[in-house]
Write a protein that binds this ligand. Structure first.
Ligand code: NAG
Ligand code: NAG
Ligand code: NAG
Ligand code: NAG
Length: 386
């Protein structure tokens, strides 16, 4: 009798244990599924750290971009090219790789190409076509204030034009590290005009981080610690309407308020761009561009692979600091990436190429082990940025 009781109790105990453990795991499973589908509410910053995407509620008109770009008509494409975002490679595709009735004419020796219509009007405003006609790496604020006049000057007459602003964004941590390496090699971009509301930023407003000609050889820690380093939150600043925050004059507003307004403006302008790509996703950037403008590229964009040898070794402390000083860019990037993938999904749905699971996994791919979307060689190509 006693032995039976023992067996019953043991069975009961083991049974309960199994139930408890399996409940725990099934619960975990549910949470993981929620993670996979991004249902759990989290801040944009938190989603970035966890390799997830936020789920913003975009309207149908924000997701559907379907222009029939008419180069021969009034249409002009304006490329907002921020430093170290992979803009050089997109810029080259625009002048050399688009399948047009009248392609840009590029000559071997010259860096620039002539991108003209049959009527000899200009359809592309970018570094490789018009040059830096609104200043070196002109930002949104500068372009909006300048493009119309610059186009009149370049063409030699005024006419009715319809502008399509485009840009490309990159993972902020990778971009920041890439800019550091570039500056360490001697780049300064000190001729950037930083114009806003009709004048350039003064040296008092934006002091240089270095005393000599350049910041060559700068360590990552020094690069991180300079408060006026324009590399910080570069993508947010270059996309925002800086007139809304009194340009580079920081005295009239708290830092918190300034940051909030700048990010809100950048998000608003992001929605207002005709198109933007994400450097980490070259193929989707290509496809979405083609779909948006009803244009085709001749050769497919190359998705660069990352190898272990490309990685930059940084400490946890440095990583934490990079995240901290690029907080706005991370929020903007998460917002942009979410919008980008919702647009890709919308495109696929309409071209009957839609797989929700695959798309979701691709969108949430966060390869923490790689610091570069481009290899070091690819990065070197941007040497001529300044
Ligand atoms: C998203 O927006 C739509 C329309 O504006 C609204 O009906 C819906 O409740 C919103 N959903 C969420 C989760 O905010
Ligand atoms: C930028 O903001 C200023 C100040 O709010 C506004 O007057 C201006 O129209 C804005 N620029 C553009 C191009 O929307
Ligand atoms: C900066 O803005 C404040 C008011 O917000 C103004 O008093 C000050 O003169 C401005 N500084 C410069 C250099 O324009
Ligand atoms: C990247 O890797 C994939 C799969 O390993 C390969 O098919 C592709 O050709 C590679 N791309 C480049 C540019 O090396």
């Amino acid at each position: 009798m006693k032995i039976y009781r023992k067996i019953i109790w043991t069975t009961l105990f083991v049974g309960i244990c199994i139930v408890v453990v399996s409940m725990y795991f099934s619960n975990l499973h549910v949470n993981e599924m929620k993670d996979l589908y991004g249902v759990l509410p989290k801040s944009d910053f938190e989603t970035y750290l966890r390799g997830m995407l936020p789920q913003n509620n975009f309207s149908q008109t924000e997701l559907e971009r379907d222009y029939h770009f008419d180069a021969e008509g009034a249409d002009v494409m304006v490329f907002l090219h921020m430093q170290k975002t992979g803009g050089t490679s997109l810029g080259r595709h625009l002048v050399r790789n688009l399948d047009l009735h009248k392609p840009c004419i590029c000559t071997k020796k010259k860096k620039r190409c002539d991108c003209l219509t049959k009527k000899n009007t200009i359809w592309l405003f970018s570094r490789y076509s018009t040059g830096w006609a609104c200043g070196l790496h002109a930002d949104w604020t500068e372009l909006k204030e300048c493009v119309e006049d610059a186009m009149n000057r370049k063409e030699g007459f005024t006419r009715k034009r319809r502008y399509y602003f485009i840009s490309i964004f990159r993972d902020p941590v990778k971009r920041f590290l890439s800019e550091w390496k570039h500056v360490r090699r001697g780049a300064t971009w000190k001729t950037a005009e930083l114009k806003c509301s009709g004048r350039s930023a003064t040296l008092e407003e934006v002091p240089f981080c270095y005393k000599d000609e350049s910041w060559r050889g700068v360590s990552l820690d020094d690069f991180l610690n300079c408060p006026n380093n324009l590399a910080r939150n570069r993508q947010t600043r270059m996309l925002a309407n800086l007139s809304k925050i009194n340009c580079y004059n920081k005295t009239g507003m708290s830092e918190v308020e300034r940051d909030e307004k700048m990010l809100a403006s950048a998000k608003e302008n992001l929605l207002d761009l005709s198109f933007f790509g994400i450097t980490e996703f070259q193929r989707y950037t290509q496809k979405l561009f083609e779909y948006t403008f009803s244009l085709k590229f001749i050769n497919d964009f190359v998705q660069f692979n990352v190898t272990r040898s490309d990685q930059t070794k940084i400490t946890e402390e440095q990583k934490r600091k990079i995240l901290d000083v690029n907080r706005l860019d991370i929020k903007l990037y998460q917002y942009a990436k979410d919008l980008f993938f919702q647009r890709v999904r919308e495109m696929k749905r309409r071209t009957k190429d839609y797989n929700p699971i695959v798309d979701h996994i691709v969108a949430n791919t966060f390869d923490d082990s790689s610091d570069y979307a481009f290899s070091e060689d690819q990065d070197q190509e941007y040497e001529d940025d300044y």
